[in-house]
Design a protein around this ligand. Sequence first.
Ligand SMILES: Cc1cc2nc3c(=O)[nH]c(=O)nc-3n(C[C@H](O)[C@H](O)[C@H](O)COP(=O)(O)O)c2cc1C
Length: 361
Amino acid sequence: MSHLFAPFTLREVTLRNRIGVSPMCQYSAENGLANDWHLVHLGSRAVGGAGLVIIEATAVEARGRISPHDLGIWDDMHIEPLARIARFMEAHGAVPGIQIAHAGRKASTHRPWSPVSGPVAEAEGGWPVVGPSPIPFRDDYPVPHALTEAEIAEVRAAFVAAARRALAAGFRWLELHGAHGYLLHSFCSPLSNTRSDGYGGSFDNRVRFMLETAEAVRAVWPENLPLTVRLSCTDWIEGGWTLEETVELARRLRDVGVDLIDCSSGGISPHANVPTGAGYQTPFAETVRREAGIPTAAVGLITEPMQADQIVRNGHADLVLIGRESLRDPYWPVRAAITLHGNADALVPPQYRRAYEHLAR
Ligand SMILES: Cc1cc2nc3c(=O)[nH]c(=O)nc-3n(C[C@H](O)[C@H](O)[C@H](O)COP(=O)(O)O)c2cc1C
């Protein structure tokens, strides 16, 4: 039986344990460039013992940023600052991962701690947003330009170019952001996609952009490295994207060479009623894993070592991603190892060992 501290291998990449740091936007970049904040933030979580650290939604096009302060990977200038972080994470035992993303109709917004919320006006440095159909995310959001088929091909190519840059930067784990109402998800959901061409209408058409993108990225992402996709497993709203559709999409993603589904939910509509609670999305990871026959990551209000361990032991997911709890405590994996096994020696850097001597059982 597997457990939280058992290594996990996908393709030729082995994580030292089943704990990943979930991708979390820091809204702290200028021109998409990673800086010292990102190095210290992500580096601390690698030192903290996670097997995998996934860098935040990193935009494949400038107009695909959620805010003007997002990380980007649309230009070669972004490679070296990201490579510095990947090298540091690798040197401290964490597999460096990155989530590549396009925010679609939810792009060009103020960062959360800005005094104003919602869209950034074009006069203040915002930009026009794009999506599957001219349906805004919210009444006060701009109407997105509906991408033409030629423009869809350009965005797909931007994902491919981003994957090449991620490889050049030394990342060994690539996640496509296919969740939270952003561009790829917004093509899947009938709530945001009312197209009548080959990219809308039927299930096959709505998932076409996601599948084509995954396939095109897989073609340039090395055979020995894992490619994963984060999906919103349900829109939590009547008439929206469903878990059954997620399972079918997961099968098709598996068939084009995707190795793991990171099971999240929501984000397509501000009107969704999301019943959050401890481990509330874990049943999605379990269902997708069982019914689509693909490894999964569970995420969402996983905060306790026993809870995380049980998810892996019960076969509900192969990997547990820790989000906000890892912002509160970068050393969560060390704490979990002590709680579960009475000892975290293997995870504690020598510089910090004296701090843990008295805790070892
Ligand atoms: C500050 C913050 C930034 C986030 N940024 C991203 C992101 O860049 N990409 C993503 O897929 N999810 C993002 N999320 C969602 C988290 O990755 C995670 O799925 C969510 O917080 C639920 O997990 P938790 O309960 O452990 O925090 C973000 C969440 C927070 C709190």
